[in-house]
Design a binder for this molecule. Structure first.
Ligand SMILES: Nc1nc2c(c(=O)[nH]1)N[C@H]1C(S)=C(S)[C@@H](COP(=O)(O)O)O[C@H]1N2
Ligand SMILES: [Mo]
Length: 343
């Protein structure tokens, strides 16, 4: 009996997520790196980081654990899907159980034995809820090297870039560590195919996502609801960009230029905005809680409903009087308490 593990969308019975197409029968495209790193040492898989005991398995040890075989729907971000692929392996949960994640464990970073130490990450809770599999066989035969053999991860219910080939190491972390595609190419860090979380913003394609991340130039673009949480975007040019509902949580935005940009309802919690320019920025409802705003310039910004709790605000942080009067009394109190010179 092969147990299906095809995470369905809300739409019962529909198995193909939006804007995906079936790969030709029997075809399995190769995407990304094509071979593991050349290395003579025996293959091992290690779980390290925030665990009670670091654990390492040799391939033989993995192969001698009680295996499961699951039928998993693959959805590649490049729009092909392959339904009910039969993978045999060990549930990630069984391996984690042996290592014992500590209470503060929140994220997993999966690292490949590959030339560029390719990696991807998932929240620990999602990896468990989605039944991630550490797989060593496909359709009953050892997994081919080009598809991640001898051992890869397969994560049902996420675009396939969350499934690392040639698994070598799993780091258990408190803070997320963005993976290769997520940090370098603008792939979405959640990657739910049912919500079409392909790239950092819904309105852009793969080429533009990569270009936006590499060039750090968002100027004049419509990037509604962009998700660039934790990304390094120091010196970003976002002049005039439409960034409503953007997720910039804990992003590195030192010296970024948001002049005339729309950041309404954006989440900038914990972001490094030191020296950033927010001149005439529409930041209504934006959340700057815990952000570093030293040297940031909010001259002429619209701040109705904005939040600043716990933000670093100093003598070098600039506000104009009209901007401050739009704040709630409580928020005004916080800002002026940090920088009495503004009052
Ligand atoms: N080590 C490694 N794992 C990786 C990649 C990669 O480039 N290197 N690419 C990812 C992407 S984008 C996809 S779609 C799948 C592709 O797996 P496949 O080549 O077996 O189809 O692997 C994922 N895991
Ligand atoms: Mo992919």
């Amino acid at each position: 009996m092969v147990w299906p593990k095809c995470a369905m969308g809300d739409n019962r019975g529909v198995r193909l997520p939006p804007n995906q197409e079936m790969a030709a029968a029997g075809k399995w495209p190769v995407v990304g790196e094509r071979a593991p790193r050349v290395d003579d040492t025996p293959w091992t898989v290690t779980i390290a980081g925030l665990v009670q005991r670091e654990a390492t398995w040799t391939l033989d040890e993995l192969l001698s654990m009680p295996p499961v075989t699951w039928a998993i729907d693959i959805h590649c971000v490049t729009r092909w899907s392959k339904m009910g692929a039969s993978f045999t392996g060990v549930p990630l949960a069984s391996l984690l159980e042996r290592a014992g994640p500590l209470p503060e464990a929140r994220f997993l970073s999966f690292v490949a034995r590959s030339e560029r130490n390719h990696s991807t990450s998932l929240p620990l809770a999602d990896a468990l809820a989605l039944d991630a599999l550490v797989a060593f066989a496909y359709e009953g035969a050892p997994l081919e090297a080009i598809h991640g053999g001898p051992v890869r991860v397969v994560v049902p219910g996420r675009y396939f870039y969350k499934s690392v080939k040639w698994l070598e190491r799993i780091e258990v972390l408190t803070e997320d560590r963005l993976g290769y595609w997520e940090a370098e190419a603008g792939y979405h860090n959640v990657a739910d195919p049912w919500r079409e979380e392909r790239y950092i913003a819904a309105s852009i394609d793969r080429r533009l996502a990569a270009q936006l991340v590499a060039s750090r130039d968002f100027s004049g673009r419509d990037l509604l609801s962009i998700v660039v949480e934790r990304m390094d975007l120091s010196g970003l040019n976002a002049r005039g960009a439409l960034l409503r509902n953007a997720n910039f949580r804990e992003a590195r935005l030192a010296g970024a230029d948001f002049t005339d940009a729309n950041l309404s309802n954006a989440d900038l919690t914990g972001a490094d905005l030191s020296g950033a320019v927010l001149v005439r920025t529409d930041a209504e409802g934006a959340n700057f809680a815990g952000a570093d705003l030293s040297g940031a310039d909010f001259s002429g910004a619209s701040l109705f409903g904005a939040t600043f709790d716990g933000a670093v605000i100093g003598a070098s942080t600039r506000f104009t009087a009209e901007s401050l009067t739009a704040l709630s009394p409580q928020q005004q109190g916080y800002v002026l308490g940090r920088n009495p010179g503004l009052g």
